[in-house]
Design a protein around this ligand. Structure first.
Ligand SMILES: Cc1cc2nc3c(=O)[nH]c(=O)nc-3n(C[C@H](O)[C@H](O)[C@H](O)COP(=O)(O)O)c2cc1C
Ligand code: SF4
Ligand code: SF4
Length: 283
């Protein structure tokens, strides 16, 4: 195979998908590979990633695109699915989807990404579902899956990346069977996709702003991965909100309120009753 250029695109409101993306990048760099890391959750992130992919094609390199999303309500998040939607039709190009999930269910996020990538003509030499701290329980004494991904999860990622690199170097491989990404889930496929993502996020608790505490510093808007906050003159949350609650976590004045305890109890209960083992799986 000709020159390979690796592009790792991710969205990570709470940082664990980013940590996995950085691990993938580190392994490529150790091997002296040409690699670019792009955050789809910052303004212009998607455009940058698309430019890098186009540049690589124009320079005669084969782009290998790793794409990472957290699992929200059993699916991939809109900034990631919108990016996949914007990818050019790439017959025979290579993509590796990966997700992080918080011990409740892996759901169908990986399947959703893989299916969309295959429709674009990508071949998938591998994929991963990585256990991570549940980002709705950050304030709890014992967050669900605290400390994950840990060393052992990251070792699995390292092994997968090296295997994929070898397969690509060898030049011929068959893609993974994406039907595996639907097996053994605690969630029900038809039920999950019976409503759009916007209806799922609209069911999450609304955010309440304490105007007296807010200093209009705009940190919430700057760190919102969905560009969902405008100012008039205080923050207002629009329909692009994906309910990641980064704004709540990042506000230095604790001016944005949500019923965190109730949310935490619900997640703790769902995680305790989950039929899925908290194991990182690579394909
Ligand atoms: C709104 C929302 C929905 C979530 N839904 C799920 C889920 O369906 N299954 C699960 O195991 N974890 C779920 N999680 C937890 C995240 O998938 C997990 O914490 C992920 O690692 C977060 O990635 P990040 O740190 O890159 O933001 C959810 C988190 C949020 C904020
Ligand atoms: S981060 Fe907090 S204080 Fe700053 S603008 Fe947003 S809500 Fe207001
Ligand atoms: S408005 Fe807040 S909860 Fe909604 S996407 Fe932006 S940071 Fe996340």
């Amino acid at each position: 195979m000709n020159n390979v250029k690796t592009i790792i695109a991710f969205c990570s409101p709470n940082g664990t998908t980013k940590a996995v993306a950085e691990k993938i990048s580190e392994i490529h760099r150790q091997d002296g590979a040409d690699v670019t890391l792009v955050n789809l959750g910052v303004k212009g992130g998607s455009d940058t990633a698309l430019q890098k992919i186009n540049q690589s094609v124009q320079q005669g390199s084969t782009p290998v695109i790793y794409i990472g999303s957290p699992v929200y309500g059993s699916r991939a998040i809109p900034p990631v699915m919108d990016f996949i939607e914007r990818l050019p039709q790439c017959s025979g190009a290579i993509a590796v989807p990966f997700v992080t999930w918080g011990g409740v269910t892996r759901g169908f996020a990986l399947y959703q990404m893989a299916e969309a990538l295959q429709k674009k003509g990508f071949t998938l030499p591998g994929a991963a579902e990585v256990v991570a701290a549940h980002s709705l329980t950050w304030k709890a004494d014992k967050p669900v899956e605290a400390g994950r991904p840990d060393t052992s999860d990251m070792e699995k990622i390292g092994k997968l990346v090296r295997e994929i690199t070898e397969k690509i170097k060898a030049g011929s491989f068959s893609g993974v069977d994406i039907s595996l990404f639907k097996e053994g889930r605690a969630a029900n496929f038809d039920e999950v996709f019976s409503i759009p993502f916007s209806a799922f996020s609209a069911k999450m608790p609304p955010k309440k702003l304490n105007e007296e505490a807010c200093t209009q510093c705009k940190i919430c808007a700057d760190t919102c991965p969905a560009d969902a906050i405008t100012f008039s003159p205080y923050p207002e949350f629009n329909d692009s909100c994906i309910a990641c609650f980064s704004c709540v976590r990042n506000c230095p004045e604790e001016a944005i309120g949500i019923p965190l305890e109730a949310l935490n109890s619900k997640v703790q209960e769902r995680a305790a009753n989950s039929t899925e083992e908290s194991t990182t799986i690579t394909y």
